[in-house]
Design a binder for this molecule. Sequence first.
Ligand SMILES: [Zn+2]
Ligand SMILES: [Zn+2]
Length: 376
Amino acid sequence: MIEQKINKFFGDAESSGFGTGWWSGILSAFFGFLSFGAVLCLHFPQLLSTPDLRPHYPVHTLRVLIQCLIVAAIFFGVISSILRKKKTLALTGMLLAIAATALGGSSVQVNGSVHGGLAIGLDWFLLDLFLMALIYVPLERLWPQYPKQGTFRKDWTQDVVYFMSTHLPLQILSFLVLLPATQATKYFGVPVLQELIARMPWLLQFFLAVVVADIAEYFVHLALHKVPFLWRFHAVHHSSKALDWIAGSRSHFVDDTLVRGFILAPLMLGFSQTIILAYLIFVTLHATWTHCNFGPNAKWLEKFLVMPRYHHWHHTSQKESIDKNFAIHFPWIDKIFGTYYFPKEWPENYGLAGEEIAPDFLRQTIDPFIGRKRTP
Ligand SMILES: [Zn+2]
Ligand SMILES: [Zn+2]
């Protein structure tokens, strides 16, 4: 469906190795897309930018960044169109960059004052995609656990669609979960608890928040595995046959909303908005990190903090590790509840064991609601 169409439109049979114009084409299209989206955000901030983020933007720096993205999209587009026979990627990147420039580029003035309300959150999607790719793609290219897997493994376009689906409606989701959670600290907070926690050093407050969040996550994650109706939604996350940073975003929106809700509910009782916000940033980075195709491991650290190899064992289809390693931050939480499994090596197979789900985004989104099953 959507992802097959994307593949057909951009892909070809040529090699995607370095020097073939594939990487430069992808970079051109990626930077072109980012710059075009960013210019749209400048034009329609009320509709496209996340109200919570607006006051915190370093506008001047962002304008310089937009300018650099436009130049980079054209630069890589030219390189790719010289090196590669199929020029769709390069042309897409260059056209998007030209369109961004034609719309006023980085110098578009933001008119009038912008007030809250429902927004699509395109800014958050673009920023997160840019930062995540910037951090994790080089790490996975430099030190991969599975070098043959590559950045553009099978199904990667599907995971980009998932990334979009969980980011773009952020404001709608956050309207239900995130926003009230940070605001609701005022109403649901237990004053005695809030005072007690506020008196602790900042670092201790943060650590405590991560512990509370991970215990909450443990139980909602356990339920997602053990309750058959909930498993239908969570099975989508487990359907990846290979893991990397973007495979982590393959998640049904019901799964995502449930987990966020259950994590935020206990945090609201005693922690300040700042601590909750710091936790949200931490969990975004750490959860993505645990899915990475990243080989090196700090042995002394992996006992205390979930590293990629630990969460990879949660995603294996090997019998011995089914329904193990539910924690997302601290392995010792699984030890306490008896669901810890962590041998010395890496798993050999990933994905669902003895089950199959639809191959495309749309049906993966609908099927869990109506209980449609696919026979393996
Ligand atoms: Zn799971
Ligand atoms: Zn996962």
